[in-house]
Design a protein around this ligand. Sequence first.
Ligand SMILES: CC1=C(/C=C/C(C)=C/C=C/C(C)=C/C=C/C=C(C)/C=C/C=C(C)/C=C/C2=C(C)CCCC2(C)C)C(C)(C)CCC1
Length: 289
Amino acid sequence: MNFPTFNLILTVFLFWLTIQIDASHEEYLSYFFILTVGIIHGSNDISLIKVLTRNTGSLKKYLLLYVVVILATIVAFVSFPSLALFFFIIVSCYHFGEQHFHNQVQSQNTFSRLLFFGYGVLIFGLLFYFNSENTSIIINELIGHTLNENYFLWFMIAGAILTLVFFIHSIRNFKSSFNYFQELFLILLFAILFKMAALLWAFAIYFIVWHSIPSLVDQIGALYGKSNKLNVIQYIKSSFVYWLISIAGLYILYYTTSYFEIQFVTIFFAFLAAITIPHVVVMYFLNKN
Ligand SMILES: CC1=C(/C=C/C(C)=C/C=C/C(C)=C/C=C/C=C(C)/C=C/C=C(C)/C=C/C2=C(C)CCCC2(C)C)C(C)(C)CCC1
């Protein structure tokens, strides 16, 4: 079975599960998968930096730089929350679209990069629009302003237009294995899934099945040659300490912010935002290579 088929079957299974279980179980499962597979997929960035720089430069220097970028993101979120959130969403759109398409184009050029971005806008647009009430509550807790449903609708429409335009521009750049029907089917599946599932569960399904697992496969390939059982274990071993530090960081964040009356899910997205930026930069260079 090839990889997208596996993802597709997994998504259909999770869609079926969405109908069977109640909202509280969806929430537990979401946190479980995001905190394990989701966080692990970014925990080996230092090893990836070593591969990308062919072991030149010191590990301490990269670690320091990585942590400084995380701290700068936190400072930006505290000082200019709206701007920081906007930047986080834009960067995330590119990152999600890049993971989806980078293996399906023959070469990465301006149009394919705009397609990556447009596709990410479409995915987040669908997620926000079909869960506009909860998205709005979280955004309000993060930046102190409420955005109404129309913003999410226009965001989704912009994503659909950008995807269509840059998809057409990239048609000759797709590999011969590119499956047009599957891509269209996927967008429809995501739309139905995001409408039926609660916000966090919908995000978790996309983040785990269509982002973290494919990214893990790419990273294991880049680090160890191919993704087999042994290399998966090796990957987990070398990322474990960073994963643990991140989970401890989230735990501390949760306790230090518990006296502000904010839902855990908001703290959780703020935490994801902080660790996203350096990870996106590392993956940009990895996928480019
Ligand atoms: C290495 C290292 C480390 C670690 C790291 C890590 C662990 C990473 C990870 C990473 C990751 C793991 C990443 C992730 C990413 C994610 C993303 C990219 C997401 C996005 C999202 C979004 C964009 C959202 C949005 C929203 C929603 C959905 C709803 C509500 C509203 C809002 C808007 C929030 C440490 C720090 C320890 C130290 C140093 C070194």
